[in-house]
Structure formats: structure tokens, C-alpha cells
Design a protein around this ligand. Structure first.
Ligand code: NI
Ligand code: MN
Length: 228
């Protein structure tokens, strides 16, 4: 079984695992880094990490078109239900659930979560997925550095996806410290170079990761994939 993660630019990800298509934080319309469009992507499940517009993105339109199930925290799942989305699933921090594509746990994230219309988006989250072939994938999405990343790392991560853009999330220095806490086999940076405000030199960051840790940093361009 192959797991393929695609970075669509900003924090938008696709994950194909065991024949299921997952979209994470599908922000395409208005995303200057987007490598595809809301009309072109397929989805069985849509995962939303928090309520901000650059993460909720095109989720409503994609869920309406594809019939995908939206998975998020309880408050955001309820908000999608209120927007007429038929299939939603709410979880909370530390809570895992065996979905058809694997066991998904919501993790801590230090960030905000207000929804685009000002509704309460609960608390922001990251995702820790154990695929059906036992691969562990952590998608931190928007967060600052926090010490409990060490606990997430103790699960034995095959892949971690973490932000390096600074200003709204961890910057390169804290993201390097995050790699040291998470100790993943592979790390992929996201949430940078979408706008000038979060411009970063990912290759320079990868060099530091290789110098100071045993983790392999993989730098993707929007639209590129990594398989594990
Ligand atoms: Ni955010
Ligand atoms: Mn964001």
C-alpha cells in the first residue's frame, strides 16, 4: 500500500491512502500559491484544522460537489452542518476515531480558530493519522512550537508536515526545534511563500535539519508529491 502526500501550496494537502482521497485545509480560491483548483480536486474526506479562511478555504463547495465527509473539531463540524453539508464528523484534542482511511487523532495546536463569518471555531488542531498500513503521519498545520510535540513524536513518526512561515506560525528556528522534539523520519515544511509576509528559504532550513538532526527534510514545490 502506498501513501502519497501532495502539497497544493500554503497549508493545503492531499493524501491518498489505501484508495481513499483526503484533502486537508483545501484553500485554493484566492491562494496565490495554489497548484490546482476547487473544481479539479477529488475528495472522500476533508480535514479542517481550524476555522481561519486560509484553511476552511473551498471546503463547502468541494464537499457539496464530491459528497465528502468533513472532519474537524466539534464546533467546526457543527458549523459545516449548518452550511448544509450532509456528512460531518466532530472530534476533539486527544480523541481518535477509526475512520475507513485509518485512525485519526486530533492534536494540540497553539493558534486561533475563528470561522470566516465570526462564528466560534473551537480550538485549533493538528492531525495525527495512523494509516491502515500502520504509517504515522503528523500534520501540524498552524501552530507555534510546544513542548508536547515530544509526546506526539513518541508515537514514532514516519512523516511530519510542519509550518515554517513565521508571523502566524512557527518560523524556521522554532520549526527546527520542533523537528528535534518530533524526531520524524521525514519532515515536509508548509505555510510559507504564499505571501511576502511568510517568505522563507526552505532549502536553507532543510540544510539545518540535515546538519542538526537525523530527519530527512523534503522540500516540495506546490503540486509535488511525496510517497511513503
Ligand atoms: Ni490560521
Ligand atoms: Mn494559516
Amino acid at each position: 500500500m502506498t501513501n502519497t502526500l501532495t502539497w497544493y501550496g500554503h497549508a493545503a494537502l492531499g493524501l491518498e491512502t489505501g484508495g481513499y482521497k483526503l484533502l486537508i485545509d483545501p484553500f485554493f480560491t484566492g491562494n496565490p500559491a495554489a497548484s490546482t483548483s476547487a473544481e479539479a480536486v477529488a475528495a472522500d474526506f476533508i480535514l479542517i484544522s481550524h476555522g481561519h479562511g486560509d484553511h476552511v478555504g473551498d471546503a463547502i463547495a468541494i464537499a457539496q460537489r464530491t459528497g465528502a465527509t468533513v472532519i474537524s473539531n466539534y464546533e467546526i463540524a457543527g458549523w459545516f452542518e449548518g452550511q448544509g453539508i450532509a456528512k460531518t464528523h466532530g472530534q476533539q484534542h486527544g480523541g481518535g476515531f477509526k475512520h475507513p482511511f485509518g485512525y485519526l487523532k486530533l492534536t494540540l495546536a497553539f493558534h486561533g480558530s475563528a470561522l470566516p463569518d465570526g462564528s466560534n471555531g473551537g480550538n485549533p488542531a493538528g492531525f495525527l493519522l495512523t494509516t491502515n498500513d500502520s504509517k504515522k503521519i503528523y500534520m501540524a498545520q498552524d501552530t507555534g512550537l510546544f513542548g508536547d510535540m515530544k509526546l506526539i513524536g513518541e508515537e514514532g513518526l514516519d512523516l511530519a508536515v510542519i509550518p515554517i512561515g513565521d508571523n502566524y506560525t512557527m518560523g524556521p528556528a522554532d520549526a527546527l526545534r520542533a523537528v528535534k522534539l518530533l524526531e520524524p523520519k521525514v519532515v515536509i515544511p508548509i505555510h510559507y511563500n504564499t505571501w511576502d509576509l511568510i517568505a522563507q528559504d526552505a532549502n536553507a532550513w532543510a540544510e539545518r535539519v540535515h546538519k542538526e538532526t537525523k530527519t530527512q527534510a523534503v522540500i516540495l514545490k506546490p503540486g509535488e508529491s511525496y510517497s511513503l
